[in-house]
Write a protein of this length. Structure first.
Length: 366
């Protein structure tokens, strides 16, 4: 078992990573054995793991209840969360109760948000089941729900007590989800470690085949990078802002597509947009531009439909990274050399038009 510590004054917590670690969940959380456990999950996820998880809890006489969130992003609606609050009150939860979010990014975001707000704060643990949530969203304490005007517009910073990562969960996810998660994995390599980028490029086939040694390496590497950054900048005031690489455009694209383009795919296009901008502003070399674009050619991104650039701009302006003077984008000068630039509306529209033309007509699939 690999243990990575996320160090925060008075609120540090472990990230445990290993195949089969779910079987040790009661041991890992043994100090909570005599309190009520609430498991938040979704039926589409829990159907694969119900017997394994509940048998472990039952055999250890854990007092638990499973609460099923709505499927997909519907779980992150205000109405859905309000329903959960009432259910928690009805079943007698108190501040000694612990929450476990067993699922992907949606479950993790929602569990964290409910934990941060119910009774002004409940201890919770993240148990990510998707590749994307294992390498990114389960770590760092960002919680959020959506509104009709945008994704993750209401949220909080609220750290879990621990993160339990069992790559066994990846056995039941579709291959598409592995491809989708690669956007968050490669994000770390472009921002902070060019050698990690080379490793990903060389070992992409092993990742897709779910080679255990390779998956352990890349999950651990991403968790180490994320834990280090959050330890330095918990509240997104400095270095942590760099992790928004690809997300400004990505969130807008995801929301604008009515979620037909998933989060990972949207962030991939966001990374490509930032790369395209950096290259055309003569900040990034042609060599690195080609490296990044060629990598994403390998992960089967969906073709973009005709974009309404004004709608995308409007969504980006609603984003937390914008202000009255423009929108802050994370861009790159070189592998491992990110920077932030504020871009005005007119320039964004121009580059959206040029980027769409490049993607549609010049960027041929392998």
């Amino acid at each position: 078992m690999k243990t990575i510590n996320l160090n925060l004054t008075g609120r540090s917590y472990p990230i445990w990573i290993d195949y089969g670690i779910t079987d040790k969940i009661v041991f890992l959380l043994r100090s909570y054995k005599n309190t009520k456990w609430i498991i938040f999950t979704q039926k589409s996820i829990f159907k694969f793991w119900n017997n394994r998880i509940t048998s472990i809890l039952d055999s250890n006489n854990i007092d638990y209840k499973v609460i099923f969130l709505e499927e997909g992003e519907d779980a992150k609606s205000i109405d859905s969360v309000s329903r959960i609050y009432n259910e928690l009150i009805q079943i007698g939860c108190n501040r000694e109760t612990i929450f476990l979010g067993i699922g992907g990014g949606v479950v993790g975001d929602t569990t964290g948000f409910i934990a941060s707000t119910f009774m002004r704060g409940i201890s919770y643990f993240q148990v990510p089941t998707s590749m994307l949530s294992m390498v990114d969203s389960s770590i760092g304490g960002k919680t959020a729900i959506n509104t009709s005007r945008g994704k993750n517009m209401v949220g909080s910073f609220f750290q879990p007590k621990g993160v339990i990562i069992d790559p066994d969960f990846l056995e039941t996810i579709a291959g598409k989800e592995i491809f989708s998660a690669m956007s968050e994995v490669v994000k770390y390599s472009i921002l902070f470690d060019k050698f990690f980028f080379s490793y990903l490029n060389k070992n992409l086939e092993k990742i897709i085949e779910r080679d255990q040694k390779t998956l352990m390496k890349i999950i651990s590497k991403c968790c180490e990078l994320k834990a280090n950054i959050v330890s330095i900048d918990e509240f997104d005031n400095g270095k942590r802002k760099l992790l928004n690489f690809g997300h400004t455009f990505g969130h807008a694209l995801e929301f604008n597509s009515n979620l037909e383009i998933d989060h990972g795919q949207s962030v991939a296009y966001g990374i490509l947009f930032a790369t395209f901008y950096s290259f055309n502003e003569k900040k990034l070399s042609k060599k690195n531009f080609d490296k990044i674009f060629n990598f994403f050619k390998k992960i089967h991104l969906p073709k973009l439909k005709k974009l309404k650039f004004s709608s995308l701009l409007s969504l980006m302006k609603n984003d937390k990274k914008s202000d009255n003077d423009g929108i802050n984008f994370v861009l790159i000068k070189d592998m491992g050399q990110p920077y932030i630039e504020k871009i005005n509306d007119e320039k964004i529209i121009k580059y959206l038009e040029d980027f769409y033309e490049h993607i549609s007509y010049k960027w041929t699939k392998p």
